[in-house]
Design a protein around this ligand. Structure first.
Ligand code: FAD
Length: 479
């Protein structure tokens, strides 16, 4: 029996249950459908950077499989055509958890099942389904630690081996990948990315292996240092399902069995995978997470509208080097270190008092790992409006964060080269440097590098004043 395997956020062959089960039944028609946000019913579509990754990931999947049929949406019409032209009697896919995807998939399952096809879906992107974990009193978790404790008590199946078998490729079905114009051309802002990233399953597996061998040691501490290589940079690979959390769990456990002195670092690394699981758990149970304050009392917050300040933040021109370095890293590489993501998000929300949804949208456009669950949960975490969030009154000081996490200025010098010749003691606060130091380093504030767009102490006070409105609205954002 021929089975259509509809690839979505599972662009890999290994540990792909939809594919393995299909090959077990006979020939497979491998299909990817490119839907427009309107066709998919998507309110928070992935744009810009993610599309570049998708293009290269699909290319890699096509190479690994030997062939991949790529069709335009809507999914219902594309699947119907693929069924008609191949005579397939089954459709398989691995589950997605975004609200629009759940609604679409339910509809398609009902339609094709009613037509007599066998429609089966599988879990390929989470350790546990969001509905499999619940609190002792029933219902979803709202706090991370008990969630992750409960998650660790449940067994996780071993990753499946890479399957193989016959492929079915009906004539005339699908279009060439290049016709979908997923990569930028004029200008090609992603030109340098090919040297930085290797989208696709092989790249994901190599990155995990290199991280475990070279950089897991010390991860618990060093993961906070954007100037050091001690994070995995697996996030875009995970986002597109080029590697599964089950594979990461199994490989990490194997590594720490061989290197027991790294067991704590391994646990910490897996607990970050746990944060990803928690974000999906939240999105599944609270589908408004990308759009609405999870704590409604934050609806009372008096946000500022300032296109000028938003643009300065987006371009990395705020006058605070650590913030600017992060925003420029994001633009240049499609990635930003987690410690700096927290700082720049806090700066936008608290120093500039701009609604977190503007930041969420910018990250969604510019991050290669832009992921609806992780992005919305993380923005709400920083804003204080989310589940188990950082208290609103924790306002990161951009200068102090720079001094603490980039003590030698390596990160700031890399992304703000116009400040490179400043000595370490003033690098994170050039506006406090004596004139002679600025002059010696070739820095002219307001000309070669911006003056701060806000004063830290005044911004902090204004943010706290704004927070009063949330407290009056009845919330206890510090809980
Ligand atoms: P590692 O430290 O190597 O962690 C391994 C994996 O664990 C990551 O690849 C990721 O899948 C997961 N992970 C790590 N930290 C978190 C976290 N705090 N929340 C959820 N999952 C986590 N992550 C995204 O994948 N997509 C996003 O769109 C995204 N937006 C964010 C927005 C803000 C404002 C903040 C503060 C964080 C955001 N994160 C997002 C979470 C985190 O910053 C990235 O997952 C991490 O920096 C990716 O780098 P890494 O793979 O080297 O991480």
């Amino acid at each position: 029996m021929t089975t259509i395997v509809w690839f979505r956020q599972d662009l890999r062959l290994t540990d792909n249950p939809a594919l393995s089960e299909a090959f077990a039944d006979g020939p497979v028609l491998p299909l990817y459908i490119l839907e427009t946000p309107e066709q998919a019913g998507e309110t928070h579509p992935m744009t810009g950077a993610s599309r570049w990754w998708l293009h290269h990931s699909l290319k890699a999947l096509r190479r690994d499989l030997g062939c991949l049929i790529i069709m335009e949406g809507p999914a219902e019409a594309a699947l119907a055509r693929a069924v008609e032209q191949s005579g397939a009697r089954a459709i398989h896919w691995n589950r997605c958890y975004e609200p629009h995807a759940i609604a679409r998939d339910k509809r398609l399952k009902a339609k094709f099942s009613a037509e007599g096809l066998s429609v089966r879906s599988f879990n390929a992107s989470l350790l546990h389904e969001p509905w499999e974990l619940e609190t002792k009193t029933g219902g979803p978790f709202k706090v991370y630690s008990p969630f992750w404790r409960a998650a660790q008590l449940r067994p996780v199946p071993a990753p499946l081996p890479r399957p193989g078998g016959e492929l079915v490729l009906p004539d005339g079905l699908g279009r060439p990948l290049d016709e979908f114009a997923l990569t930028p051309s004029r200008p090609d802002w992603a030109a340098g990315w090919r040297d930085l990233w290797q989208p696709g399953e092989a790249g994901a597996v190599e990155r995990l292996a290199a991280f475990l061998d070279e950089n897991l040691k010390g991860y618990g501490e060093l993961r906070n240092r954007p100037d050091l290589p001690n994070v995995s940079r697996l996030s875009p690979h995970l986002r597109f399902g080029e590697i599964s959390p089950r594979q990461i769990l199994a490989a990490t456990r194997l590594h720490t069995d061989l290197h027991p002195e790294q067991a704590k670092d391994g646990d910490k690394f897996l607990s970050e995978i746990g944060w990803r699981e928690f974000a999906y758990h939240l999105l599944y149970h609270f589908p408004d997470l990308p759009a609405k304050n999870w704590k409604p009392t934050f609806d009372a917050y008096p946000w500022r509208e300032s296109a000028e300040d938003l643009a300065a933040w987006q371009k990395g021109m705020t006058g605070y080097p650590m913030v600017d370095a992060g925003m420029r890293e994001l633009w240049a590489t499609g990635y930003m270190h987690n410690r700096v993501r927290m700082l720049v998000a806090s700066f936008l929300i608290k120093h500039l008092r701009i609604d977190w949804r503007h930041g969420e949208a910018w990250f969604r456009d510019t991050l290669l790992d832009a992921d609806l669950a992780n992005n919305s949960a993380s923005w709400q975490w920083v804003a204080g409006s989310g589940a188990d969030a950082a208290p609103y009154f924790r306002i990161f000081a951009p200068v102090g964060q720079g001094q603490k996490f980039d003590p030698d200025g390596v990160y700031v010098r890399r992304w703000c080269p116009e400040l490179a010749r400043l000595p370490n003691e003033v690098l994170h606060a050039p506006f406090e440097a004596p004139d002679r130091m600025l002059k010696a380093a070739g820095v002219v504030l307001g000309k070669t590098y911006p003056r701060p767009i806000v004063d830290h102490a005044a911004a902090r006070a204004a943010a706290m004043a704004g927070y009063e409105a949330v407290k009056i609205a009845g919330g206890n954002a510090a809980e």
